[in-house]
Design a protein. Structure first.
Length: 482
Protein backbone atom coordinates (compact mmCIF):
# COMPACT_ATOMS: atom_id res chain seq x y z
CA UNK A 1 0.00 0.00 0.00
CA UNK A 2 1.37 3.41 -0.97
CA UNK A 3 1.49 5.56 2.17
CA UNK A 4 2.61 8.73 0.40
CA UNK A 5 0.18 11.68 0.43
CA UNK A 6 -2.02 11.56 -2.66
CA UNK A 7 -0.56 14.77 -4.09
CA UNK A 8 2.93 13.24 -3.97
CA UNK A 9 1.61 10.12 -5.67
CA UNK A 10 0.13 12.39 -8.34
CA UNK A 11 3.50 14.06 -8.87
CA UNK A 12 5.15 10.64 -9.22
CA UNK A 13 2.54 9.67 -11.82
CA UNK A 14 3.25 12.82 -13.83
CA UNK A 15 6.98 12.09 -13.74
CA UNK A 16 6.17 8.76 -15.41
CA UNK A 17 3.94 10.39 -18.02
CA UNK A 18 0.75 9.00 -16.48
CA UNK A 19 -1.33 12.14 -16.61
CA UNK A 20 -4.75 10.52 -16.19
CA UNK A 21 -3.53 8.59 -13.17
CA UNK A 22 -2.39 11.87 -11.63
CA UNK A 23 -5.81 13.41 -12.30
CA UNK A 24 -7.55 10.44 -10.67
CA UNK A 25 -5.32 10.80 -7.59
CA UNK A 26 -6.10 14.51 -7.25
CA UNK A 27 -9.82 13.80 -7.59
CA UNK A 28 -9.53 11.17 -4.88
CA UNK A 29 -7.67 13.61 -2.64
CA UNK A 30 -10.44 16.18 -3.01
CA UNK A 31 -13.15 13.54 -2.43
CA UNK A 32 -11.53 12.32 0.79
CA UNK A 33 -9.91 15.49 2.09
CA UNK A 34 -11.09 18.19 4.51
CA UNK A 35 -13.14 21.25 3.43
CA UNK A 36 -10.26 23.67 4.07
CA UNK A 37 -6.55 23.77 4.79
CA UNK A 38 -3.26 25.32 3.70
CA UNK A 39 -2.33 22.16 1.77
CA UNK A 40 -5.02 22.81 -0.82
CA UNK A 41 -2.89 25.59 -2.29
CA UNK A 42 -0.35 22.98 -3.44
CA UNK A 43 -3.14 20.89 -4.96
CA UNK A 44 -4.51 23.95 -6.77
CA UNK A 45 -1.08 24.78 -8.20
CA UNK A 46 -0.52 21.23 -9.45
CA UNK A 47 -4.01 21.10 -10.99
CA UNK A 48 -3.32 24.45 -12.69
CA UNK A 49 -0.07 23.12 -14.13
CA UNK A 50 -1.85 20.21 -15.80
CA UNK A 51 -4.83 22.26 -16.99
CA UNK A 52 -7.46 20.73 -14.69
CA UNK A 53 -9.64 23.79 -14.13
CA UNK A 54 -12.37 22.14 -12.02
CA UNK A 55 -9.80 20.60 -9.68
CA UNK A 56 -7.82 23.83 -9.48
CA UNK A 57 -10.84 25.92 -8.54
CA UNK A 58 -12.19 23.45 -5.99
CA UNK A 59 -8.80 23.21 -4.29
CA UNK A 60 -8.45 26.99 -4.47
CA UNK A 61 -11.88 27.44 -2.92
CA UNK A 62 -10.88 25.22 0.02
CA UNK A 63 -7.61 27.10 0.46
CA UNK A 64 -9.50 30.43 0.49
CA UNK A 65 -11.91 29.05 3.14
CA UNK A 66 -9.07 28.13 5.52
CA UNK A 67 -9.49 29.89 8.89
CA UNK A 68 -8.77 32.44 10.06
CA UNK A 69 -10.21 34.57 7.21
CA UNK A 70 -7.38 36.16 5.20
CA UNK A 71 -7.77 38.68 2.40
CA UNK A 72 -4.64 37.53 0.48
CA UNK A 73 -6.07 34.00 0.20
CA UNK A 74 -9.42 35.34 -0.99
CA UNK A 75 -7.75 37.60 -3.56
CA UNK A 76 -5.67 34.69 -4.81
CA UNK A 77 -8.80 32.62 -5.37
CA UNK A 78 -10.75 35.47 -6.93
CA UNK A 79 -7.83 36.08 -9.27
CA UNK A 80 -7.95 32.42 -10.31
CA UNK A 81 -11.70 32.75 -10.96
CA UNK A 82 -11.15 35.83 -13.11
CA UNK A 83 -8.34 34.16 -15.05
CA UNK A 84 -10.73 31.28 -15.84
CA UNK A 85 -13.37 33.66 -17.23
CA UNK A 86 -15.43 33.73 -14.04
CA UNK A 87 -15.06 37.42 -13.23
CA UNK A 88 -18.76 37.79 -12.39
CA UNK A 89 -18.43 35.20 -9.63
CA UNK A 90 -15.33 36.92 -8.30
CA UNK A 91 -17.00 40.34 -8.28
CA UNK A 92 -20.06 38.89 -6.55
CA UNK A 93 -17.78 37.61 -3.79
CA UNK A 94 -16.14 41.03 -3.49
CA UNK A 95 -19.58 42.64 -3.24
CA UNK A 96 -20.30 40.52 -0.16
CA UNK A 97 -17.46 42.18 1.75
CA UNK A 98 -18.07 45.02 4.16
CA UNK A 99 -17.70 48.58 2.86
CA UNK A 100 -14.43 48.89 4.75
CA UNK A 101 -13.05 45.69 3.19
CA UNK A 102 -14.14 46.79 -0.28
CA UNK A 103 -12.11 49.96 0.18
CA UNK A 104 -8.93 48.05 1.02
CA UNK A 105 -6.24 49.09 -1.54
CA UNK A 106 -5.68 45.48 -2.66
CA UNK A 107 -9.42 44.95 -3.23
CA UNK A 108 -9.69 48.24 -5.11
CA UNK A 109 -6.75 47.16 -7.27
CA UNK A 110 -8.44 43.83 -8.00
CA UNK A 111 -11.72 45.50 -8.95
CA UNK A 112 -9.81 47.93 -11.18
CA UNK A 113 -8.03 45.07 -12.94
CA UNK A 114 -11.36 43.43 -13.77
CA UNK A 115 -12.78 46.73 -15.02
CA UNK A 116 -9.75 47.36 -17.22
CA UNK A 117 -9.88 43.87 -18.69
CA UNK A 118 -13.54 44.44 -19.59
CA UNK A 119 -12.70 47.68 -21.41
CA UNK A 120 -13.91 50.12 -18.74
CA UNK A 121 -10.75 52.24 -18.70
CA UNK A 122 -12.40 55.18 -16.91
CA UNK A 123 -13.82 52.97 -14.17
CA UNK A 124 -10.50 51.18 -13.77
CA UNK A 125 -8.57 54.44 -13.49
CA UNK A 126 -10.97 55.72 -10.84
CA UNK A 127 -10.50 52.58 -8.77
CA UNK A 128 -6.70 52.64 -9.13
CA UNK A 129 -6.70 56.27 -7.99
CA UNK A 130 -8.75 55.34 -4.92
CA UNK A 131 -6.25 52.59 -4.15
CA UNK A 132 -3.33 55.01 -4.53
CA UNK A 133 -5.03 57.65 -2.40
CA UNK A 134 -5.13 55.09 0.41
CA UNK A 135 -1.65 53.70 -0.27
CA UNK A 136 0.47 56.05 -2.41
CA UNK A 137 3.37 53.59 -2.70
CA UNK A 138 1.28 50.69 -4.05
CA UNK A 139 3.60 49.99 -6.98
CA UNK A 140 1.37 47.56 -8.89
CA UNK A 141 -1.43 50.18 -9.00
CA UNK A 142 0.91 52.82 -10.41
CA UNK A 143 2.00 50.36 -13.09
CA UNK A 144 -1.57 49.41 -13.99
CA UNK A 145 -2.67 53.04 -14.11
CA UNK A 146 0.25 53.87 -16.40
CA UNK A 147 -0.83 51.12 -18.81
CA UNK A 148 -4.35 52.58 -19.05
CA UNK A 149 -3.55 56.20 -19.90
CA UNK A 150 -1.40 58.29 -22.19
CA UNK A 151 0.94 60.70 -20.43
CA UNK A 152 1.65 64.24 -21.59
CA UNK A 153 4.35 66.75 -20.66
CA UNK A 154 3.86 68.03 -17.13
CA UNK A 155 1.49 65.17 -16.26
CA UNK A 156 0.97 65.19 -12.46
CA UNK A 157 0.84 61.39 -12.42
CA UNK A 158 4.31 61.29 -13.97
CA UNK A 159 5.59 63.74 -11.36
CA UNK A 160 4.09 61.64 -8.58
CA UNK A 161 5.68 58.45 -9.97
CA UNK A 162 9.06 60.18 -10.01
CA UNK A 163 8.51 61.08 -6.34
CA UNK A 164 7.83 57.41 -5.58
CA UNK A 165 10.95 56.22 -7.45
CA UNK A 166 13.54 56.99 -4.69
CA UNK A 167 11.48 54.95 -2.21
CA UNK A 168 11.77 51.69 -4.16
CA UNK A 169 14.90 50.36 -2.50
CA UNK A 170 13.11 48.11 -0.01
CA UNK A 171 10.44 46.85 -2.40
CA UNK A 172 10.29 43.27 -3.67
CA UNK A 173 12.26 43.07 -6.97
CA UNK A 174 9.28 41.95 -9.05
CA UNK A 175 7.18 44.89 -7.87
CA UNK A 176 10.09 47.31 -8.39
CA UNK A 177 10.48 46.04 -11.94
CA UNK A 178 6.76 46.43 -12.61
CA UNK A 179 6.83 50.03 -11.41
CA UNK A 180 9.91 50.80 -13.50
CA UNK A 181 8.20 49.49 -16.65
CA UNK A 182 5.20 51.71 -15.90
CA UNK A 183 7.40 54.77 -15.39
CA UNK A 184 9.33 53.96 -18.56
CA UNK A 185 6.07 53.78 -20.49
CA UNK A 186 5.16 57.24 -19.13
CA UNK A 187 8.43 58.74 -20.39
CA UNK A 188 7.90 56.98 -23.73
CA UNK A 189 4.52 58.67 -23.98
CA UNK A 190 5.95 62.16 -23.39
CA UNK A 191 8.71 61.65 -25.97
CA UNK A 192 11.86 60.92 -23.96
CA UNK A 193 13.03 57.52 -25.29
CA UNK A 194 16.46 57.76 -23.66
CA UNK A 195 14.97 58.11 -20.19
CA UNK A 196 12.43 55.40 -21.03
CA UNK A 197 15.05 52.91 -22.24
CA UNK A 198 17.16 53.45 -19.12
CA UNK A 199 14.16 52.59 -16.96
CA UNK A 200 13.22 49.58 -19.12
CA UNK A 201 16.80 48.33 -18.82
CA UNK A 202 16.75 48.74 -15.04
CA UNK A 203 13.45 46.86 -14.75
CA UNK A 204 14.62 44.12 -17.11
CA UNK A 205 17.85 43.69 -15.13
CA UNK A 206 15.80 43.07 -11.98
CA UNK A 207 13.81 40.40 -13.77
CA UNK A 208 16.90 38.75 -15.25
CA UNK A 209 18.44 38.57 -11.78
CA UNK A 210 15.46 36.43 -10.73
CA UNK A 211 15.32 34.16 -13.78
CA UNK A 212 17.59 33.89 -16.81
CA UNK A 213 16.53 32.21 -20.05
CA UNK A 214 18.36 29.09 -21.16
CA UNK A 215 18.53 30.02 -24.83
CA UNK A 216 21.09 27.30 -25.70
CA UNK A 217 18.59 24.71 -24.41
CA UNK A 218 15.80 26.32 -26.44
CA UNK A 219 17.99 26.23 -29.54
CA UNK A 220 18.84 22.57 -28.95
CA UNK A 221 15.14 21.82 -28.61
CA UNK A 222 14.43 23.60 -31.91
CA UNK A 223 17.30 21.75 -33.62
CA UNK A 224 15.83 18.44 -32.47
CA UNK A 225 12.31 19.34 -33.61
CA UNK A 226 13.56 20.35 -37.06
CA UNK A 227 15.79 17.28 -37.35
CA UNK A 228 13.31 14.70 -36.04
CA UNK A 229 9.91 15.83 -37.27
CA UNK A 230 9.94 14.82 -40.91
CA UNK A 231 7.10 13.53 -43.11
CA UNK A 232 8.43 9.98 -42.67
CA UNK A 233 8.65 10.33 -38.89
CA UNK A 234 5.13 11.72 -38.62
CA UNK A 235 3.88 8.82 -40.74
CA UNK A 236 5.38 6.50 -38.13
CA UNK A 237 3.12 7.89 -35.40
CA UNK A 238 -0.20 6.13 -34.92
CA UNK A 239 -3.12 8.04 -36.46
CA UNK A 240 -5.44 9.89 -34.12
CA UNK A 241 -8.96 8.58 -33.65
CA UNK A 242 -10.25 12.00 -32.61
CA UNK A 243 -10.11 14.37 -35.55
CA UNK A 244 -12.38 17.19 -34.39
CA UNK A 245 -11.65 20.03 -32.01
CA UNK A 246 -13.40 23.25 -31.09
CA UNK A 247 -10.07 25.10 -30.99
CA UNK A 248 -8.91 27.70 -33.49
CA UNK A 249 -5.15 27.87 -32.98
CA UNK A 250 -3.43 31.26 -33.31
CA UNK A 251 0.34 31.30 -32.98
CA UNK A 252 3.06 33.91 -33.23
CA UNK A 253 5.60 35.84 -31.21
CA UNK A 254 4.36 38.09 -28.41
CA UNK A 255 3.40 41.51 -29.79
CA UNK A 256 3.07 40.18 -33.33
CA UNK A 257 -0.70 40.65 -33.68
CA UNK A 258 -2.08 37.44 -32.17
CA UNK A 259 -4.48 39.29 -29.85
CA UNK A 260 -5.78 41.29 -32.83
CA UNK A 261 -6.54 38.06 -34.70
CA UNK A 262 -8.19 36.66 -31.58
CA UNK A 263 -10.34 39.80 -31.36
CA UNK A 264 -11.33 39.38 -35.01
CA UNK A 265 -12.28 35.75 -34.49
CA UNK A 266 -14.26 36.26 -31.28
CA UNK A 267 -16.26 38.93 -33.09
CA UNK A 268 -17.76 36.04 -35.09
CA UNK A 269 -21.03 34.63 -33.75
CA UNK A 270 -19.66 31.06 -33.75
CA UNK A 271 -16.52 31.84 -31.73
CA UNK A 272 -15.99 32.45 -28.02
CA UNK A 273 -13.15 33.91 -25.98
CA UNK A 274 -10.11 31.81 -25.36
CA UNK A 275 -6.69 33.35 -25.00
CA UNK A 276 -3.42 32.02 -23.65
CA UNK A 277 -5.06 28.95 -22.14
CA UNK A 278 -2.08 26.54 -22.19
CA UNK A 279 -4.16 23.37 -22.50
CA UNK A 280 -2.48 21.67 -25.48
CA UNK A 281 0.80 21.41 -23.59
CA UNK A 282 -1.12 20.01 -20.61
CA UNK A 283 -2.81 17.40 -22.79
CA UNK A 284 0.56 16.36 -24.23
CA UNK A 285 2.15 15.79 -20.81
CA UNK A 286 2.21 11.98 -21.35
CA UNK A 287 5.04 12.53 -23.86
CA UNK A 288 7.06 13.99 -20.95
CA UNK A 289 9.29 16.25 -23.08
CA UNK A 290 7.20 16.88 -26.26
CA UNK A 291 9.95 15.36 -28.39
CA UNK A 292 9.48 12.82 -31.17
CA UNK A 293 11.26 10.19 -29.06
CA UNK A 294 8.93 10.99 -26.17
CA UNK A 295 5.98 10.63 -28.53
CA UNK A 296 7.07 7.14 -29.60
CA UNK A 297 7.64 6.10 -25.99
CA UNK A 298 4.17 7.34 -25.08
CA UNK A 299 2.42 5.41 -27.82
CA UNK A 300 4.35 2.25 -26.87
CA UNK A 301 3.01 2.56 -23.31
CA UNK A 302 -0.53 3.29 -24.53
CA UNK A 303 -1.02 1.64 -27.93
CA UNK A 304 -4.83 2.04 -27.95
CA UNK A 305 -5.36 5.34 -29.82
CA UNK A 306 -2.79 7.39 -27.87
CA UNK A 307 -3.20 10.55 -29.97
CA UNK A 308 -6.97 10.37 -29.89
CA UNK A 309 -6.62 10.23 -26.10
CA UNK A 310 -4.54 13.44 -26.18
CA UNK A 311 -7.18 15.15 -28.33
CA UNK A 312 -10.00 13.97 -26.08
CA UNK A 313 -8.16 15.26 -23.01
CA UNK A 314 -7.63 18.61 -24.70
CA UNK A 315 -11.28 18.83 -25.74
CA UNK A 316 -12.43 17.86 -22.23
CA UNK A 317 -10.27 20.59 -20.73
CA UNK A 318 -11.75 23.09 -23.19
CA UNK A 319 -15.21 22.07 -22.05
CA UNK A 320 -14.35 22.44 -18.37
CA UNK A 321 -12.96 25.90 -18.97
CA UNK A 322 -15.44 27.30 -21.49
CA UNK A 323 -18.54 25.13 -21.37
CA UNK A 324 -19.93 22.88 -24.12
CA UNK A 325 -20.77 25.37 -26.89
CA UNK A 326 -18.83 27.47 -29.38
CA UNK A 327 -15.45 27.48 -31.06
CA UNK A 328 -12.57 28.64 -28.85
CA UNK A 329 -9.46 30.64 -29.80
CA UNK A 330 -6.27 29.15 -28.36
CA UNK A 331 -3.39 31.63 -28.69
CA UNK A 332 -1.09 30.15 -26.06
CA UNK A 333 2.50 31.37 -26.33
CA UNK A 334 5.14 28.88 -27.43
CA UNK A 335 2.93 26.52 -29.40
CA UNK A 336 5.67 26.50 -32.03
CA UNK A 337 7.45 24.06 -29.68
CA UNK A 338 4.61 21.51 -29.78
CA UNK A 339 3.02 22.23 -33.16
CA UNK A 340 3.96 18.88 -34.71
CA UNK A 341 2.34 16.77 -31.99
CA UNK A 342 -0.58 19.16 -31.58
CA UNK A 343 -1.52 19.02 -35.26
CA UNK A 344 -0.96 15.25 -35.37
CA UNK A 345 -3.22 14.59 -32.38
CA UNK A 346 -5.96 16.83 -33.82
CA UNK A 347 -5.93 16.27 -37.59
CA UNK A 348 -8.95 18.54 -38.04
CA UNK A 349 -7.23 21.50 -36.39
CA UNK A 350 -6.04 24.58 -38.27
CA UNK A 351 -3.57 27.25 -37.20
CA UNK A 352 -2.97 30.89 -38.09
CA UNK A 353 0.63 32.04 -37.57
CA UNK A 354 1.31 35.78 -37.23
CA UNK A 355 4.54 37.27 -38.53
CA UNK A 356 5.51 40.90 -37.92
CA UNK A 357 8.56 43.01 -38.76
CA UNK A 358 11.29 41.91 -36.37
CA UNK A 359 12.41 45.29 -35.02
CA UNK A 360 8.85 46.47 -34.36
CA UNK A 361 8.13 43.20 -32.55
CA UNK A 362 11.40 43.36 -30.61
CA UNK A 363 10.86 46.94 -29.45
CA UNK A 364 7.30 46.24 -28.34
CA UNK A 365 8.38 43.05 -26.57
CA UNK A 366 11.22 44.75 -24.71
CA UNK A 367 8.89 47.50 -23.52
CA UNK A 368 6.23 45.08 -22.24
CA UNK A 369 5.97 43.77 -18.70
CA UNK A 370 4.53 40.31 -19.25
CA UNK A 371 2.60 39.03 -16.25
CA UNK A 372 3.55 35.45 -17.13
CA UNK A 373 7.32 34.82 -17.21
CA UNK A 374 8.87 35.45 -20.63
CA UNK A 375 12.54 35.41 -19.58
CA UNK A 376 13.97 35.92 -23.06
CA UNK A 377 12.13 39.29 -23.29
CA UNK A 378 14.37 40.95 -20.71
CA UNK A 379 17.30 41.57 -23.06
CA UNK A 380 17.41 42.81 -26.66
CA UNK A 381 20.11 40.26 -27.39
CA UNK A 382 17.98 37.42 -26.01
CA UNK A 383 15.00 38.69 -28.02
CA UNK A 384 17.11 38.54 -31.18
CA UNK A 385 18.24 34.98 -30.47
CA UNK A 386 14.70 33.86 -29.70
CA UNK A 387 13.32 35.50 -32.84
CA UNK A 388 15.93 33.66 -34.92
CA UNK A 389 14.91 30.32 -33.37
CA UNK A 390 11.20 31.00 -33.89
CA UNK A 391 11.76 31.93 -37.54
CA UNK A 392 13.36 28.54 -38.12
CA UNK A 393 10.47 26.73 -36.42
CA UNK A 394 7.91 28.67 -38.41
CA UNK A 395 9.59 27.75 -41.69
CA UNK A 396 9.78 24.09 -40.63
CA UNK A 397 6.16 23.66 -39.55
CA UNK A 398 4.84 25.68 -42.48
CA UNK A 399 6.66 23.34 -44.86
CA UNK A 400 5.32 20.25 -43.05
CA UNK A 401 1.72 21.49 -42.78
CA UNK A 402 1.24 23.88 -45.70
CA UNK A 403 -2.54 23.43 -45.87
CA UNK A 404 -3.12 23.65 -42.14
CA UNK A 405 -0.97 26.66 -41.20
CA UNK A 406 -1.89 30.05 -42.67
CA UNK A 407 0.90 32.60 -42.30
CA UNK A 408 -0.50 36.11 -41.78
CA UNK A 409 1.88 39.08 -42.15
CA UNK A 410 0.78 41.66 -39.57
CA UNK A 411 1.57 44.59 -41.84
CA UNK A 412 -0.63 43.21 -44.61
CA UNK A 413 -3.45 42.43 -42.18
CA UNK A 414 -3.30 45.99 -40.82
CA UNK A 415 -3.06 47.54 -44.29
CA UNK A 416 -5.70 45.42 -46.00
CA UNK A 417 -7.88 44.00 -43.23
CA UNK A 418 -10.87 43.04 -45.36
CA UNK A 419 -8.82 40.76 -47.61
CA UNK A 420 -6.85 39.14 -44.79
CA UNK A 421 -9.79 38.72 -42.44
CA UNK A 422 -11.53 36.94 -45.30
CA UNK A 423 -8.54 34.62 -45.66
CA UNK A 424 -8.48 33.90 -41.93
CA UNK A 425 -12.20 33.08 -41.87
CA UNK A 426 -11.85 30.84 -44.93
CA UNK A 427 -8.91 29.03 -43.33
CA UNK A 428 -11.06 28.21 -40.30
CA UNK A 429 -14.09 27.42 -42.48
CA UNK A 430 -16.12 30.27 -40.96
CA UNK A 431 -18.73 32.17 -42.99
CA UNK A 432 -18.16 35.89 -43.41
CA UNK A 433 -20.03 38.13 -40.94
CA UNK A 434 -19.80 41.89 -41.26
CA UNK A 435 -19.01 42.59 -37.60
CA UNK A 436 -15.64 40.82 -37.84
CA UNK A 437 -14.33 43.77 -39.89
CA UNK A 438 -14.88 46.13 -36.92
CA UNK A 439 -13.53 43.93 -34.12
CA UNK A 440 -12.80 46.87 -31.81
CA UNK A 441 -16.55 47.13 -31.24
CA UNK A 442 -16.68 43.65 -29.70
CA UNK A 443 -16.81 43.91 -25.91
CA UNK A 444 -14.97 41.18 -24.02
CA UNK A 445 -12.36 40.71 -21.34
CA UNK A 446 -8.77 40.95 -22.57
CA UNK A 447 -6.00 39.87 -20.21
CA UNK A 448 -2.89 40.47 -22.30
CA UNK A 449 -0.59 43.44 -22.80
CA UNK A 450 -2.66 44.29 -25.90
CA UNK A 451 -5.73 45.18 -23.84
CA UNK A 452 -5.78 48.81 -25.06
CA UNK A 453 -4.77 48.18 -28.68
CA UNK A 454 -7.70 45.85 -29.41
CA UNK A 455 -10.13 48.58 -28.34
CA UNK A 456 -8.98 50.70 -31.29
CA UNK A 457 -9.93 50.24 -34.98
CA UNK A 458 -7.51 48.23 -37.11
CA UNK A 459 -4.89 50.58 -38.48
CA UNK A 460 -1.27 50.92 -39.53
CA UNK A 461 -0.10 53.20 -36.70
CA UNK A 462 2.04 50.47 -35.12
CA UNK A 463 3.96 49.76 -38.34
CA UNK A 464 7.48 51.21 -38.28
CA UNK A 465 7.41 52.11 -34.57
CA UNK A 466 11.02 50.96 -34.24
CA UNK A 467 12.47 53.35 -36.85
CA UNK A 468 13.17 56.25 -34.43
CA UNK A 469 14.96 53.81 -32.11
CA UNK A 470 17.17 52.08 -34.67
CA UNK A 471 20.42 52.83 -32.80
CA UNK A 472 19.07 51.29 -29.60
CA UNK A 473 18.19 48.08 -31.44
CA UNK A 474 21.67 47.24 -32.75
CA UNK A 475 22.10 44.60 -30.02
CA UNK A 476 18.92 42.93 -31.26
CA UNK A 477 20.09 42.99 -34.89
CA UNK A 478 23.45 41.41 -34.04
CA UNK A 479 21.78 38.57 -32.15
CA UNK A 480 19.22 38.03 -34.90
CA UNK A 481 22.01 37.64 -37.45
CA UNK A 482 23.72 35.13 -35.17
Amino acid sequence: MNTKPLILQAIDALKSGEREEAVALLRRDLAQGPPDGERWRSVALLAQRIGEVALQLEAGRRYAATPPPALPRLLQFWGDLAAMGRSAEALAAVASLSDQQQDHPAVLHFRATIAGSAGDAAGAQALYRRALAAQPDQLQSWFALAMLKRFTAGDPDLQQMEHVLPRLAGAEPGLRARFLYGLAKAWDDVGDPARAFALYAEGAALRRAQEKPDLPAIERMADALIRDFTPAALAGLMPSGEGATRALFVNGLPRSGTTLVEQILVSHSAVRDGGEINLARAALLPTLDYSLAGAFRYQQRHPADPWGAVARTYNRLLGERFGPAGLIVDKTLGQSHIAGLLLHAMPGARMVWLRRAGEDTALSTYRTFFTSPVPWSWSLSDIGQFHRIEARLHAHWQALFPDRILTVPYEELAGNPREWIGRILHHFDLPVEEQVFTPHQTVREVRTASVQQVRAPIGTDAIGKARPHTAMLEEYRRALRG
